[in-house]
Design a protein around this ligand. Structure first.
Ligand code: G4P
Length: 533
């Protein structure tokens, strides 16, 4: 197969949802369709259950599972589909944000009873930052949920994107009858129990077909009313607007009953984009470029403390990756070869000889990689768009064993390279400040520092609302600001200046006092600045 054919065959995506909406269940059904697993129940949820408070063994076990399910490849409709898993737990949201930089599209699962939830909104904000195409799957139609029109309004309002239903539910809960496919005008009847057989799809001539009345009784009338409302409200589905990230098609179904999943997958394979270009500091690298490039978006440490190796997950952006070929690690300015790169099929991991744009491969690493690192065939370019967002919880790292300060320094350095948390250092007092999006990470860090680096620490909560990166045209303005707020200035791991703001109000008032300073809420400010001129 030619390089162009290999590339155009790939579809790389993630499923995102608020915990419990049905992401794991849907993943499993998709893998069943793709033949990557044979039995239901094979995919373990990698979510850390809400009840788990500081249960390290549980965290470790879950981390183990999430390595296995980080990338799930399967074939369907002659396409090679790479499904990237995202952690369900909100404390690991940063991990999810980074994974979203490595996909080309997203399926968003919403629970029809709960509607759009907090985590869904946050994840969609990240998708909108790079106009990622989104398909929405409204799940759990076998339950009494919100009215579908109300759900569509809620999706539009809370997710700030236009939506368009491509299928329509006929009642829900106890009286759920099935879905009408507005696109190809067919009717799929609901049979609880998880098997969708071809006979369940009824080809009908249109909404006037008497088969509807035979099959649906009184519900046929309601369906006709709903369908005419929808037809009046929407123009024919425009795939370009979906690809631009402006319009999200919506499907209704029930993942646990395997209902509506095939429609979703069939439409996904028809409209989801093949590998897309990725911005770098030099140019947008497109997948038709023959020279290899890729970037690391996730690092996973080995669970066994005797083996310090880690797996770095690399998204290939262009060219062909080959086993044992020398590639250039741009940040370290060093050439490295990989003799056992891994790919993932279902839940099996195997060594591969080659991989193509859109693929995600696992590279065994002994400490060379940091999140965001770029590999090339020699060119000095750095991929962008893997932002660090301001953490929400900040604590000072306190060393409890002065004899082990080297181990502690190395440990925290490596753990933050992995992206477990962000590290800020303050020259005054040599303070190390760890920022995370959730409390759970502090437990993980403390545990791993002790077990993997033999270093003991504790954390002291700090009163910080946000970490804002800041810039100004004139270095004198920066200097003045640093002097004025010296006790609140730190540097991130890349040496960028960060202001550790007490409250949102103080940021506002400082902005008035220092109009030439620009505050940024993600570390991507350099790109933001290029884009805004
Ligand atoms: P998540 O990964 O998004 O967190 O959700 P997950 O798939 O684990 O699903 C959350 C719960 O919702 C599970 O129940 C799952 O069985 C259920 N679920 C998923 N799809 C549907 C659906 O279409 N209809 C209904 N009624 N339920 C659905 P659980 O009791 O939390 O877990 P389990 O014991 O069933 O595994």
């Amino acid at each position: 197969m030619s390089y162009a054919e290999e590339t155009s065959k790939r579809r790389t995506f993630a499923i995102i949802s608020h915990p419990d909406a049905g992401k794991t269940t849907l993943t499993e059904k998709l893998l069943l369709f793709g033949g990557a697993i044979q039995t239901a129940g094979a995919v373990k949820s990698n979510k850390i259950r809400k009840s788990t408070s500081s249960d390290f063994m549980e965290i470790e076990r879950q981390r183990g599972i999430s390595v296995a399910t980080s990338v799930m490849g399967f074939e369907y409709n002659d396409l090679k589909i790479n499904l990237l898993d995202t952690p369900g737990h909100k404390d690991f949201a940063e991990d999810t944000y980074r994974t979203l930089t490595a996909v080309d599209s997203v399926i968003l699962v919403v629970d029809c009873v709960k509607g759009v939830e907090e985590q869904t909104e946050k994840l969609m904000n990240v998708c909108r930052m790079r106009n990622t195409p989104v398909i929405v799957f409204v799940n759990k139609l076998d339950r009494e949920g919100k009215d579908p029109f109300e759900l569509l309004d809620e999706l539009e309002m809370k997710l700030n994107i236009r939506v368009q239903p491509l299928s329509w539910p006929i009642s829900m809960g106890m009286s759920f009858k099935g879905v009408y496919n507005l696109f190809n005008k067919s009717l799929r009847l609901f049979r609880p129990g998880g098997v969708t057989v071809a006979e369940d799809v009824l080809a009908i001539t249109g909404l006037d077909d008497p088969v509807l009345d035979q099959q649906l009784g009184d519900y046929a009338l309601k369906l006709r009313e709903d369908a005419s409302l929808i037809e009046g409200a929407y123009e024919p589905f425009n795939v370009e607007r979906y690809l631009d990230g402006k319009l999200a098609p919506v499907f209704f179904g029930s993942a646990i009953n395997n209902f509506g999943v095939k429609e979703l997958l069939d439409t996904f394979t028809r409209i989801a984009p093949p590998p897309l270009g990725r911005p770098s500091n030099v140019r947008t690298v497109t997948p038709d470029e023959k020279n290899f490039t890729g970037f690391v978006f996730k690092i996973h440490a080995n669970l066994d403390p005797r083996h310090r190796d880690r797996i770095a997950f690399l998204r290939i952006c262009s060219g062909r990756f080959e086993r044992n070929k020398m590639f250039h690690h741009v940040r370290l300015d060093k050439n490295i070869r990989f003799n056992s790169p891994a790919s993932f099929l279902g839940q099996r991991k195997s060594i591969i000889d080659e991989a193509f744009p859109g693929d995600v491969i696992g590279l065994y690493d002994t400490g060379n990689f940091k999140i965001g690192d770029t590999l090339t065939e020699g060119e000095n370019l750095q991929f962008q768009g893997i932002p660090a967002f301001s953490p929400e919880i900040f604590k000072e790292l306190v060393n409890l064993d002065p004899g082990k300060s080297k181990q502690l320094a190395k440990g925290i350095e490596q753990l933050t390279d992995e992206g477990v948390a962000q590290l800020f250092t303050q020259q005054q007092g040599n303070r190390r400040i760890v920022g995370t999006v959730g409390e759970l990470q502090f437990d993980v860090i403390q545990y791993r520092l002790e077990h993997e680096y033999n270093a003991k620490c504790r954390f002291m909560r700090m009163d910080i609302h946000k970490a804002c990166w800041f810039t100004a045209e004139d270095p004198k303005v920066i200097e003045k600001f640093c002097q004025y707020r010296w006790d609140r200035i730190a540097r991130d791991k890349d040496g960028n200046l960060v202001y550790l703001a007490e409250t949102a109000w103080i940021i506002k008032s400082l902005q008035q006092d220092f109009p030439d300073i620009r505050f940024h809420y993600t570390s991507e400010f350099k790109r933001e600045m290029q884009e805004t001129g």
